[in-house]
Write a protein that binds this ligand. Structure first.
Ligand code: NDP
Ligand code: ZN
Length: 372
C-alpha cells in the first residue's frame, strides 16, 4: 500500500487555508481593482512558502509564495484563496507556474468569479496530473472579495449605503440641524469607510448645504476616494470645496440640459463634468458609467433624496447605519431615506443583519439584501 506523505498536510488543510485567508485579509483594500488573494505552500508537513498579492500589476499570491518556497515547492501542496489564473494578464498564468514547479496538489477556496474563465485554471492543473480540491473555507474567502466578485460579474460598483441617523431614522431636525446626531466614534468609523472605497457619492443638496470635503482625511490624493456628485442642472458653486480643494478627483454627473460655459469653466485636472443624455439622472446609468470607468466600490453618503433614489432603484449591496440613541421626531425632520419611498410592503427589499457593533454611544448595524 502506498503511504500518502501528504495526509498530514491534508488534516491541517483548514488551518493552512485560514492562514492564506488571513494573508489576503491583511492586504484587502490595497489590491483594488484586483482581488485580495493569499497562498501558502506546504511540503511534508512544513510551511515552505507564503505570499499575498500586494498591488494591482504586481505578482500574484501564488508567485510570491512559490518564489519563497523555491525548490521545496516540488511535490508539495499549495493552498490558495482564489482559483489560480489560467490566462495571460499583466503577469503569466499561475496555473502554468504551479505545473512547472511540480506541485502535487492545489487546494482552492473560491473559484474564479468570472463566468468566462471559471474552472479553466482548475482544468489546466488537472490535465497536468495535479490533484485539485475546491471549496475549502469558501464562504470565508468569498466574503473577503465580495466587492471584487460583484464587480467582475456585474461590471458595476458594489454599493454601500451609509447613513447616520437618530433611533427614529432622522438625519436632521425640522429646523435643518444635522451636526452632529451621531457620536465622534461613528464619524471616525465613517471616514475609515471612505478610505476603503474607490468612490463616494452625494447629491447636490448635500454639497449646497454643507460644502463638504468628502475626503478620507488623507494627505495623499491617491488615497482619497473619487468624489461623485449628482447635480442634474449643474447648480454646484464654482467655489465649492469639492471643486477647488485639490484633495481628490471630483466627477459631477448632470442631465442633458446644463450651462455649457459653466461646465467648461468647472472642468479641470480635478473636476470632470459627465453629462448624461437624459433630462434626469437615473441611478443605473450612473452605476454603469462608474463601472466602465473602473470604480469597483461606491459609498453612498446621502443625503436623504439620493438615498431615496438608491432604495427605489434597489441599487445597493450593503447598508451601514450609524444609529444614535436620540429621538428627534417630527413630521418635518429629515428622514435618512427620503424620496417617494416604497408604496407596498411586498416591494420592500428584505435585509439581513450581518453585524451589530457598539461604537461608544451609538450602534453600527451592517446589513445586506437577502438573496432572491
Ligand atoms: P441630497 O444630497 O440627497 O441631494 C438631492 C439633490 O440631488 C436633488 O434635489 C437633486 O437636485 C440631485 N439629484 C440628482 N440626481 C438625483 C437622483 N437620481 N436622486 C436624488 N437626487 C438627485 O440632498 P437632500 O436635500 O436630500 O439632503 C441634504 C441634507 O442631508 C443636508 O442637510 C445634509 O446636511 C444632510 N445630510 C446628512 C447626512 C447624515 O448622514 N446625517 C449625510 C448627508 C447629508 P437637482 O435636481 O438639482 O439635481
Ligand atoms: Zn495568477
Amino acid at each position: 500500500m502506498l503511504i500518502d506523505i501528504h495526509s498530514g498536510d491534508d488534516l491541517l488543510k483548514e488551518e493552512y487555508m485560514k492562514l492564506a485567508i488571513n494573508l489576503a485579509r491583511a492586504t484587502a483594500h490595497q489590491t483594488s481593482p484586483n482581488p485580495a488573494v493569499g497562498a501558502v505552500v506546504v511540503n511534508n508537513g512544513e510551511i515552505v512558502g507564503m505570499g499575498a498579492h500586494l498591488k494591482a500589476g504586481e505578482a500574484h499570491a501564488e508567485v510570491n509564495a512559490l518564489s519563497m518556497a523555491g525548490d521545496r515547492a516540488k511535490g508539495g501542496t499549495i493552498y490558495v484563496t482564489l482559483e489560480p489564473c489560467a490566462h495571460f494578464g499583466r503577469t503569466p498564468p499561475c496555473a502554468d507556474l504551479i505545473i512547472k514547479k511540480q506541485l502535487s496538489k492545489v487546494v482552492i477556496a473560491s473559484s474564479d468569479p468570472n463566468p468566462l474563465v471559471a474552472g479553466l485554471g482548475i482544468e489546466k492543473l488537472r490535465n497536468a496530473g495535479i490533484s485539485v480540491e475546491t471549496g475549502v473555507l469558501q464562504e470565508e474567502a468569498d466574503a473577503l472579495n465580495s466587492v471584487f466578485f460583484h464587480y467582475i460579474r456585474q461590471r458595476t460598483p458594489y454599493v454601500t449605503l451609509k447613513m447616520a441617523c437618530s433611533l427614529d431614522g432622522k438625519t436632521a431636525t425640522a429646523g435643518g440641524e444635522s451636526k452632529w446626531i451621531t457620536c465622534e466614534a461613528s464619524r471616525l468609523d465613517g471616514h475609515t469607510q471612505r478610505r476603503i472605497h474607490d468612490a463616494i457619492l452625494v447629491g447636490i443638496g448635500t454639497v449646497m448645504a454643507d460644502d463638504p470635503k468628502l475626503t478620507a482625511r488623507s494627505e495623499s490624493i491617491a488615497e482619497n476616494p473619487i468624489r461623485v456628485v449628482l447635480d442634474t442642472h449643474l447648480r454646484i458653486r464654482e467655489d465649492a470645496r469639492v471643486v477647488t480643494d485639490g484633495a481628490a478627483a471630483t466627477w459631477i454627473f448632470t442631465g442633458r440640459t446644463i450651462d455649457g460655459d459653466k461646465a467648461r469653466r468647472l472642468q479641470s485636472e480635478q473636476v470632470t463634468v459627465i453629462r448624461l443624455p437624459s433630462e434626469s439622472i437615473a441611478i443605473k446609468d450612473v452605476l454603469n458609467d462608474l463601472g466602465q470607468k473602473g470604480v469597483t466600490s461606491l459609498l453612498v453618503e446621502g443625503g436623504s433624496a439620493v438615498h431615496g433614489s438608491f432604495l427605489k432603484a434597489k441599487a445597493f449591496n450593503r447598508v451601514i447605519a450609524y444609529i444614535a440613541p436620540k429621538l428627534i421626531g417630527g413630521r418635518d425632520a429629515v428622514p435618512a431615506i427620503g424620496g417617494t419611498g416604497i408604496r407596498y410592503l411586498a416591494d420592500v427589499p428584505e435585509l439581513s443583519i450581518k453585524n451589530v457593533e457598539r461604537l461608544d454611544q451609538d450602534l453600527k448595524v451592517t446589513l445586506i439584501p437577502k438573496a432572491g
